[in-house]
Design a binder for this molecule. Structure first.
Ligand code: ADP
Ligand code: MG
Length: 170
């Protein structure tokens, strides 16, 4: 796949917020470390979720089985405050979430607009079959059903959503 070939991300260099997207285990976090670490701070919703859960439950480990919609309001709040904090301090950031469809992307696009920050999206359009294979070998695999559900809900990004740049890698 061309994420492994030489790709030019020059168009994203000056963009304040790079939103990464793609199915679980498609390679977002690895891509972020390889291509976006230089000059950016990273925000990852799942790691916030895990940290909040384990802190408040005296270290009881988080797993996908304990996912609770009622906790998501706090996760969103903390995620938003971290993003605002980093942007207020003039950092460029990468948001390393699945951001699988327009609905999932909307709040971050609105936040960027309200803070007068530029936002672009890099979407790793990796087939679900390959994600399932990578997931099997991953350190912390997600339930297979999650990959299937998100594959069914996937919408490729479009500049009309409010992005300055969009790059879809397949
Ligand atoms: N381009 C790639 N080719 C092969 N394996 C990959 C590639 N990108 C990521 N992986 C592997 O797939 C697994 C999931 O990658 P990760 O970056 O954690 O995905 P995500 O952050 O999208 O969930 C990891 O074990 C990682 O090493
Ligand atoms: Mg990841």
């Amino acid at each position: 796949m061309n994420t492994e070939k030489r790709i030019s991300l020059a168009a994203f260099d000056s963009i304040d917020i790079v939103m990464l997207g793609g199915l679980p285990a498609c390679g977002k976090s690895r891509f972020a470390t390889t291509h976006l670490k230089q000059g950016r701070m990273r925000v990852n919703r799942k790691e916030i979720r895990r940290m909040l859960y384990e802190m408040t439950r005296f270290g009881e480990p988080w797993s996908d089985e304990v996912f609770s919609y009622s906790d998501e309001y706090l996760v969103s709040h903390v995620e938003r405050r971290i993003i605002e904090h980093l942007l207020e301090n003039r950092h460029r950031i990468v948001i390393d979430n699945t951001s699988i469809n327009r609905d999932a992307r909307l709040s971050h696009i609105r936040l960027a607009k309200s803070m007068n920050k530029s936002i672009g999206m890099i979407f790793l359009d990796v087939p679900a079959k390959i994600c399932l294979e990578r997931n099997e070998k991953a350190d912390q695999p997600v339930p297979e059903s999650l990959i299937a559900n998100l594959a069914a809900a996937m919408e490729l990004p479009d500049r009309s959503e409010g992005f300055r740049e969009v790059l879809i890698l397949s």
